[in-house]
Write a protein that binds this ligand. Structure first.
Ligand SMILES: NC(=O)c1ccc[n+]([C@@H]2O[C@H](COP(=O)([O-])OP(=O)(O)OC[C@H]3O[C@@H](n4cnc5c(N)ncnc54)[C@H](O)[C@@H]3O)[C@@H](O)[C@H]2O)c1
Length: 270
Protein backbone atom coordinates (compact mmCIF):
# COMPACT_ATOMS: atom_id res chain seq x y z
CA UNK A 1 0.00 0.00 0.00
CA UNK A 2 1.21 3.45 -0.91
CA UNK A 3 0.32 5.57 2.14
CA UNK A 4 0.15 8.88 0.29
CA UNK A 5 -3.36 10.33 0.70
CA UNK A 6 -4.56 7.35 2.73
CA UNK A 7 -6.64 7.58 5.89
CA UNK A 8 -4.76 5.85 8.70
CA UNK A 9 -5.80 5.27 12.32
CA UNK A 10 -3.11 4.44 14.89
CA UNK A 11 -4.02 3.45 18.45
CA UNK A 12 -1.62 4.07 21.30
CA UNK A 13 -0.27 6.94 19.20
CA UNK A 14 0.38 9.44 22.00
CA UNK A 15 3.79 7.92 22.73
CA UNK A 16 6.37 5.30 21.85
CA UNK A 17 5.97 3.09 18.79
CA UNK A 18 2.48 4.41 17.99
CA UNK A 19 3.67 8.01 17.95
CA UNK A 20 6.53 7.04 15.63
CA UNK A 21 4.12 5.15 13.34
CA UNK A 22 1.78 8.17 13.21
CA UNK A 23 4.73 10.47 12.41
CA UNK A 24 6.09 8.16 9.71
CA UNK A 25 2.72 7.51 8.03
CA UNK A 26 2.05 11.25 8.03
CA UNK A 27 5.45 11.89 6.42
CA UNK A 28 4.36 9.46 3.66
CA UNK A 29 1.38 11.73 3.00
CA UNK A 30 -1.33 9.98 5.04
CA UNK A 31 -4.12 11.68 6.98
CA UNK A 32 -3.72 10.35 10.48
CA UNK A 33 -6.06 9.74 13.40
CA UNK A 34 -3.94 9.83 16.54
CA UNK A 35 -5.88 7.69 19.01
CA UNK A 36 -4.93 7.13 22.62
CA UNK A 37 -6.44 6.89 26.07
CA UNK A 38 -4.09 9.77 26.97
CA UNK A 39 -6.00 12.66 25.39
CA UNK A 40 -3.34 15.29 26.04
CA UNK A 41 -0.50 13.27 24.54
CA UNK A 42 -2.60 12.49 21.45
CA UNK A 43 -3.46 16.19 21.05
CA UNK A 44 0.22 17.16 21.16
CA UNK A 45 1.10 14.64 18.43
CA UNK A 46 -1.84 15.64 16.19
CA UNK A 47 -1.03 19.36 16.63
CA UNK A 48 2.56 18.72 15.54
CA UNK A 49 1.36 16.89 12.42
CA UNK A 50 -1.14 19.65 11.57
CA UNK A 51 1.60 22.27 11.83
CA UNK A 52 3.41 20.45 9.04
CA UNK A 53 0.27 19.96 6.89
CA UNK A 54 -2.95 21.69 7.96
CA UNK A 55 -6.06 19.53 8.55
CA UNK A 56 -4.12 16.30 8.08
CA UNK A 57 -4.50 14.84 11.59
CA UNK A 58 -6.93 14.64 14.49
CA UNK A 59 -6.52 13.45 18.03
CA UNK A 60 -9.15 11.11 19.41
CA UNK A 61 -9.34 10.08 23.04
CA UNK A 62 -10.10 6.39 22.73
CA UNK A 63 -9.98 3.66 25.34
CA UNK A 64 -9.58 0.53 23.21
CA UNK A 65 -9.98 -1.77 26.22
CA UNK A 66 -13.73 -1.78 25.53
CA UNK A 67 -15.84 -2.65 22.50
CA UNK A 68 -17.55 0.73 22.79
CA UNK A 69 -14.16 2.50 22.70
CA UNK A 70 -13.27 0.78 19.43
CA UNK A 71 -16.69 1.34 17.85
CA UNK A 72 -16.63 5.05 18.71
CA UNK A 73 -13.07 5.39 17.41
CA UNK A 74 -13.95 3.84 14.03
CA UNK A 75 -17.07 6.02 13.75
CA UNK A 76 -15.23 9.20 14.74
CA UNK A 77 -12.40 8.55 12.29
CA UNK A 78 -14.82 7.78 9.45
CA UNK A 79 -16.84 10.90 10.30
CA UNK A 80 -13.72 13.07 9.92
CA UNK A 81 -11.70 11.53 7.08
CA UNK A 82 -14.11 9.01 5.48
CA UNK A 83 -13.31 5.37 4.82
CA UNK A 84 -10.37 4.05 6.86
CA UNK A 85 -7.67 2.65 4.56
CA UNK A 86 -5.32 1.35 7.28
CA UNK A 87 -6.09 0.65 10.94
CA UNK A 88 -3.07 0.04 13.15
CA UNK A 89 -4.08 -1.61 16.45
CA UNK A 90 -0.90 -0.75 18.31
CA UNK A 91 -1.95 0.16 21.87
CA UNK A 92 -0.64 -2.34 24.37
CA UNK A 93 0.10 -2.88 28.04
CA UNK A 94 2.88 -4.78 29.77
CA UNK A 95 1.06 -5.62 32.99
CA UNK A 96 1.49 -8.80 35.02
CA UNK A 97 4.31 -11.26 35.58
CA UNK A 98 4.17 -14.71 37.16
CA UNK A 99 0.58 -16.06 37.31
CA UNK A 100 0.97 -16.45 41.09
CA UNK A 101 1.57 -12.70 41.41
CA UNK A 102 -0.75 -11.38 38.71
CA UNK A 103 -4.18 -10.09 39.76
CA UNK A 104 -7.35 -10.92 37.83
CA UNK A 105 -7.65 -7.22 36.99
CA UNK A 106 -4.21 -7.29 35.35
CA UNK A 107 -5.12 -10.42 33.35
CA UNK A 108 -8.33 -8.74 32.22
CA UNK A 109 -6.57 -5.52 31.19
CA UNK A 110 -3.86 -7.43 29.30
CA UNK A 111 -6.43 -9.43 27.31
CA UNK A 112 -8.71 -6.40 26.71
CA UNK A 113 -5.98 -4.09 25.37
CA UNK A 114 -3.56 -6.57 23.77
CA UNK A 115 -6.10 -8.94 22.20
CA UNK A 116 -9.80 -8.08 22.40
CA UNK A 117 -9.17 -4.54 21.14
CA UNK A 118 -7.98 -6.06 17.84
CA UNK A 119 -11.09 -8.14 17.27
CA UNK A 120 -13.39 -5.29 18.40
CA UNK A 121 -11.77 -2.92 15.90
CA UNK A 122 -11.99 -5.55 13.16
CA UNK A 123 -15.66 -6.09 13.94
CA UNK A 124 -16.44 -2.48 12.98
CA UNK A 125 -13.95 -2.25 10.11
CA UNK A 126 -14.58 -5.48 8.23
CA UNK A 127 -18.15 -4.87 6.96
CA UNK A 128 -17.04 -1.72 5.10
CA UNK A 129 -13.80 -3.26 3.88
CA UNK A 130 -15.51 -6.40 2.58
CA UNK A 131 -18.11 -4.28 0.77
CA UNK A 132 -15.30 -2.22 -0.82
CA UNK A 133 -13.07 -5.20 -1.48
CA UNK A 134 -10.11 -3.56 0.30
CA UNK A 135 -8.75 -2.50 3.66
CA UNK A 136 -5.57 -2.94 5.67
CA UNK A 137 -5.39 -4.17 9.28
CA UNK A 138 -2.09 -3.99 11.13
CA UNK A 139 -1.54 -4.97 14.71
CA UNK A 140 1.35 -4.64 17.08
CA UNK A 141 1.97 -7.95 18.77
CA UNK A 142 5.58 -8.60 19.82
CA UNK A 143 8.44 -11.04 19.39
CA UNK A 144 6.91 -12.42 22.61
CA UNK A 145 3.97 -13.53 20.45
CA UNK A 146 6.24 -15.65 18.26
CA UNK A 147 8.68 -16.82 20.94
CA UNK A 148 7.78 -16.14 24.58
CA UNK A 149 8.24 -13.47 27.23
CA UNK A 150 10.36 -14.76 30.07
CA UNK A 151 8.97 -13.24 33.26
CA UNK A 152 5.43 -12.52 32.08
CA UNK A 153 2.70 -15.07 31.40
CA UNK A 154 0.07 -12.42 30.53
CA UNK A 155 2.37 -10.75 27.98
CA UNK A 156 3.33 -14.11 26.39
CA UNK A 157 -0.26 -15.30 26.18
CA UNK A 158 -1.83 -12.09 24.93
CA UNK A 159 0.84 -11.46 22.32
CA UNK A 160 0.54 -15.03 21.00
CA UNK A 161 -3.20 -14.44 20.79
CA UNK A 162 -2.63 -11.18 18.91
CA UNK A 163 -0.46 -12.98 16.34
CA UNK A 164 -3.09 -15.74 16.11
CA UNK A 165 -5.85 -13.22 15.41
CA UNK A 166 -3.81 -11.44 12.74
CA UNK A 167 -3.00 -14.78 11.06
CA UNK A 168 -6.67 -15.79 11.21
CA UNK A 169 -7.79 -12.49 9.67
CA UNK A 170 -5.31 -12.89 6.84
CA UNK A 171 -6.35 -16.48 6.17
CA UNK A 172 -10.06 -15.73 6.35
CA UNK A 173 -10.30 -12.39 4.52
CA UNK A 174 -7.03 -12.15 2.58
CA UNK A 175 -8.85 -13.53 -0.46
CA UNK A 176 -11.48 -10.79 -0.16
CA UNK A 177 -9.04 -7.88 -0.46
CA UNK A 178 -8.22 -7.40 3.23
CA UNK A 179 -4.48 -7.02 3.86
CA UNK A 180 -3.02 -7.89 7.24
CA UNK A 181 0.40 -7.28 8.77
CA UNK A 182 1.63 -7.98 12.27
CA UNK A 183 4.43 -6.02 13.94
CA UNK A 184 6.59 -8.20 16.21
CA UNK A 185 9.48 -6.20 17.62
CA UNK A 186 11.84 -7.25 20.36
CA UNK A 187 13.17 -4.39 22.54
CA UNK A 188 12.14 -0.84 21.67
CA UNK A 189 13.13 2.22 23.68
CA UNK A 190 9.72 3.29 25.04
CA UNK A 191 8.03 3.88 28.40
CA UNK A 192 6.74 0.29 28.32
CA UNK A 193 10.25 -1.20 28.21
CA UNK A 194 11.68 1.34 30.67
CA UNK A 195 8.88 0.64 33.19
CA UNK A 196 10.13 -2.94 33.30
CA UNK A 197 13.61 -1.77 34.35
CA UNK A 198 12.27 -1.25 37.88
CA UNK A 199 13.53 -4.32 39.78
CA UNK A 200 10.06 -4.68 41.32
CA UNK A 201 8.70 -5.31 37.80
CA UNK A 202 10.65 -8.58 37.48
CA UNK A 203 13.09 -9.68 34.79
CA UNK A 204 11.08 -9.14 31.58
CA UNK A 205 12.88 -5.99 30.48
CA UNK A 206 16.35 -7.27 31.36
CA UNK A 207 15.65 -10.40 29.26
CA UNK A 208 14.54 -8.23 26.33
CA UNK A 209 17.65 -6.08 26.64
CA UNK A 210 19.86 -9.20 26.77
CA UNK A 211 18.20 -10.70 23.67
CA UNK A 212 19.33 -8.05 21.20
CA UNK A 213 19.66 -4.39 20.33
CA UNK A 214 17.01 -2.04 21.67
CA UNK A 215 15.70 -0.06 18.69
CA UNK A 216 14.34 3.46 18.66
CA UNK A 217 10.62 3.76 17.78
CA UNK A 218 11.47 5.61 14.55
CA UNK A 219 13.55 2.62 13.37
CA UNK A 220 10.55 0.35 13.94
CA UNK A 221 8.26 2.71 12.02
CA UNK A 222 10.71 2.75 9.10
CA UNK A 223 10.51 -1.05 8.79
CA UNK A 224 6.72 -0.97 9.19
CA UNK A 225 6.32 1.42 6.25
CA UNK A 226 8.51 -0.79 4.04
CA UNK A 227 6.50 -3.92 4.90
CA UNK A 228 3.16 -2.15 4.40
CA UNK A 229 4.42 -1.06 1.00
CA UNK A 230 5.15 -4.71 0.15
CA UNK A 231 1.86 -5.89 1.76
CA UNK A 232 3.51 -8.86 3.45
CA UNK A 233 2.52 -10.24 6.83
CA UNK A 234 5.36 -10.15 9.34
CA UNK A 235 6.95 -6.86 10.36
CA UNK A 236 10.21 -7.90 12.04
CA UNK A 237 12.38 -4.89 12.88
CA UNK A 238 14.88 -7.21 14.64
CA UNK A 239 16.40 -9.69 12.16
CA UNK A 240 17.42 -12.07 14.94
CA UNK A 241 13.77 -12.79 15.77
CA UNK A 242 13.45 -14.79 12.54
CA UNK A 243 16.51 -16.83 13.55
CA UNK A 244 15.02 -17.41 17.02
CA UNK A 245 11.72 -18.53 15.41
CA UNK A 246 13.59 -20.95 13.16
CA UNK A 247 15.50 -22.33 16.15
CA UNK A 248 12.24 -22.80 18.02
CA UNK A 249 10.49 -24.72 15.25
CA UNK A 250 13.61 -26.74 14.36
CA UNK A 251 13.96 -28.20 17.87
CA UNK A 252 11.31 -27.15 20.37
CA UNK A 253 12.89 -28.85 23.42
CA UNK A 254 16.32 -27.43 22.71
CA UNK A 255 14.77 -23.97 22.37
CA UNK A 256 12.89 -24.40 25.69
CA UNK A 257 16.15 -25.45 27.35
CA UNK A 258 17.89 -22.35 25.99
CA UNK A 259 15.09 -20.13 27.32
CA UNK A 260 15.40 -21.75 30.76
CA UNK A 261 19.14 -21.06 30.72
CA UNK A 262 18.56 -17.42 29.75
CA UNK A 263 16.01 -17.08 32.57
CA UNK A 264 18.45 -18.59 35.09
CA UNK A 265 21.17 -16.20 33.91
CA UNK A 266 18.84 -13.22 34.33
CA UNK A 267 17.64 -14.35 37.74
CA UNK A 268 21.24 -14.91 38.80
CA UNK A 269 22.16 -11.44 37.70
CA UNK A 270 19.11 -9.84 39.33
N1 LIG B 1 8.67 -1.32 23.76
C1 LIG B 1 8.94 -2.59 23.46
O1 LIG B 1 10.04 -3.09 23.76
C2 LIG B 1 7.91 -3.42 22.75
C3 LIG B 1 8.31 -4.64 22.19
C4 LIG B 1 7.37 -5.42 21.53
C5 LIG B 1 6.06 -4.98 21.41
N2 LIG B 1 5.69 -3.79 21.96
C6 LIG B 1 4.29 -3.37 21.80
O2 LIG B 1 4.27 -2.14 21.13
C7 LIG B 1 3.03 -1.49 21.40
C8 LIG B 1 3.29 -0.05 21.77
O3 LIG B 1 3.98 -0.02 23.00
P1 LIG B 1 5.16 1.00 23.34
O4 LIG B 1 6.36 0.21 23.59
O5 LIG B 1 5.17 2.08 22.33
O6 LIG B 1 4.66 1.52 24.75
P2 LIG B 1 4.20 2.95 25.27
O7 LIG B 1 3.79 2.71 26.68
O8 LIG B 1 5.23 3.96 24.97
O9 LIG B 1 2.93 3.29 24.38
C9 LIG B 1 1.72 2.61 24.52
C10 LIG B 1 0.60 3.59 24.24
O10 LIG B 1 -0.63 2.87 24.31
C11 LIG B 1 -1.56 3.66 25.02
N3 LIG B 1 -2.60 2.83 25.61
C12 LIG B 1 -2.49 1.95 26.63
N4 LIG B 1 -3.70 1.45 26.94
C13 LIG B 1 -4.59 2.01 26.09
C14 LIG B 1 -5.99 1.90 25.92
N5 LIG B 1 -6.73 1.12 26.72
N6 LIG B 1 -6.59 2.59 24.93
C15 LIG B 1 -5.85 3.41 24.13
N7 LIG B 1 -4.52 3.58 24.25
C16 LIG B 1 -3.90 2.89 25.24
C17 LIG B 1 -0.73 4.37 26.08
O11 LIG B 1 -1.41 5.50 26.59
C18 LIG B 1 0.54 4.70 25.31
O12 LIG B 1 0.47 5.97 24.70
C19 LIG B 1 2.36 -2.32 22.48
O13 LIG B 1 1.39 -3.14 21.90
C20 LIG B 1 3.51 -3.13 23.06
O14 LIG B 1 3.07 -4.31 23.68
C21 LIG B 1 6.58 -2.99 22.62
Amino acid sequence: MDLNGKHVVVTGAAAGIGEALAERFHAEGARVVVADVQAEGAAVVAARLNERRPDSAIAVRADVSTEHGNKTLVETAEGRFGVIDLFFANAGVGVGSDPLRTSELEWQLAFDVNVHAHRWAAKYLLPGWLARGEGYFCSTASAAGLLSQIGSAPYSMTKHAAVAFAEWLSITYGGSGVKVSCLCPQGVNTALLRAGDDPAAGISSSVVRAAGRVLEPAEVAEVAVAIIRSETFLILPHDEVLTFMRNKTADYDRWLGGMRKLQARMLGGA
